[in-house]
Write a protein that binds this ligand. Structure first.
Ligand SMILES: [Zn+2]
Length: 216
């Protein structure tokens, strides 16, 4: 019994370590351009959107980032951070920026980042604790992590897309602005990153088709 207690507590320290790793690694690959001139414009867009979200006083960090190796156009990261790649932030189209910021807020309001890390850390603990009793079981997490995160990512995107359209309509737009923004990302080879999951190209196809049906 004593041995079991030690193993469980070891598992819990793995939980804390995994949480820390996720928090520390979440912005890896995204480089903020400090005080980039378009930042003020993004903040103005955010402030205009705030009253129509369910938590208008929540603060979101909207920032401009360098186009990364993965060519991320929109990144939604922990602690209410939303990054938009410099070439997109410099487009004159306010509707595009509003749609992108609204989508970032939608992911945060729907608690998508916490849900993902929760699933990953739970898996780590289950397999690590299990691994102490059954040698080899600890490796299970490597097999299940990518699948679970991708599966979770796709239903989260559908929910975030719907929420974005809802926000844009409340804002006085048609909602089609989000469809246009997704099409733009796809046509220009940009990716969307939420936490550690990066989606691009064909990942957008199903979402675009669904949005076309709903908004046209
Ligand atoms: Zn998204």
């Amino acid at each position: 019994m004593a041995e079991r207690r030690v193993s469980v507590s070891r598992g819990l320290s793995v939980l804390s370590a995994a949480g820390l790793l996720l928090a520390a690694g979440c912005s890896a690959g995204i480089r903020e351009i400090y005080k980039q001139p378009q930042e003020t414009r993004l903040e103005a867009v955010r402030d205009r959107l705030a009253p129509i979200t369910s938590e208008p006083d929540a603060h979101y960090w909207v920032r401009v980032c360098e186009p990364s190796k993965q060519n991320v156009g929109l990144a939604v990261l922990f602690q209410r951070h939303i990054y938009i790649a410099q070439p997109i932030a410099e487009l004159p189209d306010d509707k595009m920026l509003t749609a992108l910021v609204a989508h970032g807020i939608a992911h945060h309001r729907l608690h998508h980042l916490g849900q993902r890390s929760g699933v990953l850390t739970l898996q780590n603990v289950v397999f690590k604790v299990g691994g102490n009793f059954v040698p080899g079981l600890g490796y299970g997490k490597y097999a299940t992590e990518p699948l679970s995160e991708v599966a979770m990512g796709s239903w989260q995107e559908m929910a975030a897309d719907a929420k974005t359209v809802e926000y844009l309509k409340e804002f006085g737009y048609t909602g089609k602005e989000w469809l246009d923004a997704l099409v733009y990302l796809q046509e220009h080879g940009y990716a969307e990153r939420v936490s550690q999951l990066v989606m691009r190209g064909n990942d957008f196809t199903g979402r675009i088709a669904k949005l076309k049906k709903e908004t046209q």
